[in-house]
Design a protein around this ligand. Structure first.
Ligand code: BES
Ligand code: ZN
Length: 851
């Protein structure tokens, strides 16, 4: 390859060439937190593997000052240094061939601590009354190159030795423990060196510099764990520290490998692009995803903190120790960490029944994957800039769900053993999806690769139609699409069936479009028990597919729900399938409503939570689809939720369960959104008390948002008092969770003038960029205004908005835009279907008026 190489060869390529690879980075950075500039130098030990005159690595947003390569005592400089902006690469051309083997490439550079929450950036916080900058890194997916020139692909693992020069009064953290710290001459600056890391990918390198407090603990095998927060807030890290210690203890057993580094730090960052980032040994979090305060935080926030911590710590093995070979296998990282986080949280908080909540993840994966503009789990990434676009519900939720499906198929023990040998085999290295299947196949003796490829290499999932005649089940699979059309995919589907009891069950693999199954053995006892007979496919919803039953089987399930014979997961699955099938016009709205009615005696959080989300979806639809019936339909939905809501009330009961607290928040919010007058009035009453006395026990964090939204329902341009009171609460709190609660309520006002005010508020300095998206939660009545506002804002603020789209949205934008357009079409199709539902009026009237 050597002689013909030219610098132009490296442009427009999906990946860096492999003729040279980094082994070790000696990185020095000197950030100035007031001017927000930084300078740095990196000495990279490069192994030249095949003859070349070029070194090609990544670099972006940096100015390169000097470059040289030294080998033994000899130093040479490149004859040409070219920064290719579009490809974010630095091409170094030398006069003659580089010697094979190791040389040291040295590069000096400068850059800016940006305000875009990626690369090496600044975050603002208050310290002793002044606003200060902290310096933070966020490198995933392809942003290490914005901090120092490097081979910025997950497959190029190397060791990192990091040294920083920072103001001597600040805390400076990185992946590894400090090895040496010395105050420089005049005492203003200090030089901090960190120990050399094991082999790791660039996207996991991290640095944080600022004023912080911490609390600490130690795991059973002696790993020091610290939680760092803004000064004065460290006690709010107590809960996450506890979850971290327990998760680490659990994972070292589960993966059968000890935690790979000497320490773990977790730190809350005031401006943060995601929820959290799993940097090796230094995990960064948005404040609301790490901090928990018994008095100030809601139960759902507590749960979110636990899940997030468990997720990021799972990555320390799955992702950091064993890393995806390329972004196509991102789902290995994210799907697995998501799935494992539920395993850990279930072990730590069994009373949360977190696996029933896992079905929310499955539901969002299925929702996205029912679009023709979805994508396969394993998706081709042709350019690094496409990587950011696949951090979506397919990689996370569908990924996690198909893992659950596989675990349930192979059995928990077999699955765990195989995972442990996979981790051991690829530790400190990289792996592909196929590598994982190979290990699982070997350990289980099952055809894992064929089975799983049908789920990871093609987009979408099936709906299984089942019909029973005499003692035969007729099964037929078809790709499920929300617009009611049917795609062409076929899957290998591990089916499970239960019949009238969870003890009477069967497993079956559906491999073709259709099949028949003898269920004699299952339904022997049907005779004489006609009334109590039910058959449920997809036991506990472990499979990533939907089921459409024939009328008789559907009726049987409805009775089983009324008689409360089914597991929580099955009850959730039945209503979720029915609601999705209704959107696709495969089930009428009238039968969906009758099915909902069968849930009227349910009281468990996760079941009602799903009933609530289906109800709100229907309520949104009927205003437009059938305005004549929408009042009655909402009456029915209110009736459905009213009795559990009344049992719960607005106040926390002494010693009540975590799940009841979660349910109260959701059910009151739903009743407010459905316009239930007594709930809205009570919310407004409680709010007035809370506004006068922020320490009052009247409106605790869980119910606060329902009250905020209630207040906004009555707010108008001529009486803005509610809006202004909420802003007052926003301005007086320093808690991120509370600020987000207010932002998420403001635009829920039916008055367009207020919606406009609320949207404009999002653009002020008072709202951090990370939080602004929560404010786009506009009331239906305000949508036109929001659109006008966006157009107006794009005119006035064209530069900011262009920057926003250009830097953050471009790669994700095209697919996301197509997905949004598809959703609009799906809604229109659903509306049409509902208008054609001839029995709707009669069914609604029956449901509303029956005792
Ligand atoms: N690796 C991601 C963080 C990330 C997301 C980096 C997008 C770059 C782009 C991290 O492990 C993660 O998945 N975070 C989640 C939280 C988790 C509980 C699902 C997040 O930020 O939402
Ligand atoms: Zn993750």
């Amino acid at each position: 390859m050597c002689e013909k190489q030219e610098s132009g060869d490296f442009r427009g390529q999906p990946r860096l060439p492999h003729f040279a690879a980094p082994r070790r980075y000696d990185l020095f950075l000197n950030p100035d937190l007031s001017s927000c500039e930084f300078s740095g130098s990196v000495a990279i030990t490069v192994d030249v593997i095949s003859p070349t005159r070029f070194l090609v690595l990544n670099s972006a947003d940096l100015s390169i000052d000097a470059t040289s390569v030294s080998l033994g005592g000899k130093t040479i400089s490149p004859c040409k240094t070219e920064l290719v902006e579009d490809d974010e690469i630095l091409v170094l051309e030398f006069d003659s061939q580089l010697p094979l083997g190791e040389s040291v490439l040295r590069i000096d550079f400068t850059g800016t601590l940006n305000d875009q929450m990626r690369g090496f950036y600044r975050s603002k916080y208050e310290y002793k009354g002044d606003v200060e900058n902290m310096a933070v890194t966020q490198f995933e997916s392809v942003h290490a190159r914005r901090c120092f020139p490097c081979w910025d692909e997950p497959g190029f693992k190397a060791q990192f030795k990091i040294t920083l020069e920072v103001p001597s009064q600040l805390v400076a953290l990185s992946n590894m423990p400090v090895s040496e710290e010395k105050i420089n001459g005049d005492g203003v600056l200090k030089t901090i060196s960190f120990e050399e890391s094991p082999l790791m990918s660039t996207y996991l390198v991290a640095i944080v510099i600022g004023h912080f407090d911490y609390i600490q603990g130690i795991t059973s095998d002696g790993i020091q764990v610290r939680v760092y927060t803004q000064v004065g807030m460290s006690e709010q890290g107590r809960f996450s520290l506890d979850v971290a210690l327990k998760s680490l203890n659990l994972y070292k057993d589960y993966f059968a490998v000890p935690y790979p580094l000497p320490k773990l730090d977790m730190i809350a960052i005031p401006d943060f692009v995601a929820g959290a980032m799993e940097n090796y040994g230094l995990v960064t979090y948005r404040e609301s995803a790490l901090l928990y305060d018994e008095k100030l935080s809601s139960a759902s926030n507590k749960q979110n903190v636990a899940i997030t911590v468990a997720h990021e710590l799972a990555h320390q093995w799955f992702g950091n120790l064993v890393t995806m070979e390329w972004w196509t296998h991102l789902w290995l990282n994210e799907g697995f960490a998501s799935w494992v986080s539920y395993l850990a949280v279930d072990a730590i908080f069994p009373e949360w029944k977190i696996w029933t909540q896992f079905l929310d993840e499955t539901a969002s994966g299925m929702k996205l994957d029912a679009l023709s503009e979805s994508h396969p789990i394993e998706v081709e990434i042709k350019h690094a800039s496409e990587a950011d676009a696949i951090f979506d519900s397919i990689s996370y939720d569908k990924g996690a769900s198909v893992i659950r499906m596989l675990q349930s198929y192979l059995g928990a023990d077999c699955f765990q053993k195989a995972l442990a040998s996979y981790i051991k085999k690829y530790a400190y290295g990289n792996a592909t999806t196929d590598d994982l299947w190979a290990v699982l196949e070997e350990e289980s003796g099952e055809p894992v690769r064929d089975l799983m490829s049908s789920w990871t290499k093609q987009q979408g999932y099936p709906v299984i139609f089942i019909n029973m005649d005499s003692n035969k089940l007729h099964l037929y699979q078809e790709q499920f699409l929300s617009d009611g059309s049917s795609g062409s995919g076929t899957w290998i589907v591990p089916l499970t069936i239960c019949c009238s009891s969870y003890d009477i069950s069967k497993k079956f693999i559906l491999k073709s479009k259709s099949d028949e199954l003898d269920v004699d053995d299952l339904i022997l006892h049907k005779e004489g028990n006609q009334e109590t007979f039910w058959m449920k496919l997809n036991t506990d919803q472990t499979g990533f597919y939907r089921v459409k039953y024939d009328d008789e089987l559907a009726l049987g399930l409805k009775y089983a729900i009324q008689a409360d014979k089914l597991s929580l997961m099955d009850k959730i699955g039945i209503i979720d399938d029915a609601s999705a099938l209704s959107v696709a016009c495969k089930v009428t709205l009238s039968s969906l409503l009758s099915l909902l009615d069968a849930y009227s005696t349910q009281s468990h959080y996760t079941v009602l939570s799903r009933v609530i989300s289906v109800s709100l979806k229907i309520a949104n639809l009927v205003d437009e689809a059938t305005p004549d019936l929408s009042g009655d339909i909402k009456l029915f939905l209110i009736k459905l939720l009213k009795s559990p809501a009344e049992k719960l009330g607005w106040d926390v009961k002494e010693g009540e369960s975590h799940l009841d607290t979660m349910l109260r928040a959701e059910i009151l919010m739903a009743l407010v959104r459905l316009g239930n007058k007594s709930t809205v009035d009570e919310g407004i009453r409680c709010f007035a008390i809370f506004l006068n006395d922020r320490n009052s026990s009247v409106l605790l964090p869980d119910t606060r948002k329902a009250a905020y939204v209630a207040v906004m329902q009555h707010c108008t341009v001529s009486d803005k008092s509610g809006y202004e009171s909420l802003l007052k609460i926003y301005r007086e709190t320093d808690q991120s969770e509370e600020k987000v609660r207010v932002i998420g309520s403001l635009a829920s006002c039916p008055d367009k003038g207020i919606v406009l005010d609320a949207l404009n508020f999002l653009l002020t300095d008072e709202v951090r960029n990370q939080d602004a998206v929560y404010g786009l939660n506009v009331a239906i009545q305000g949508r036109e205004t929001a659109w006008e506002w966006l157009k107006f804002a794009s005119y006035e603020k064209s530069e900011e908005i262009e920057k926003f789209f250009a830097s953050r949205m471009k790669p994700t934008f095209e697919r996301a835009l197509k997905q949004s357009l598809e959703r609009i079409k799906i809604n229109a199709h659903w509306i049409k279907g509902v208008r054609n539902d001839e029995s709707l009026a009669e069914v609604v009237s029956h449901l509303v008026h029956k005792a």
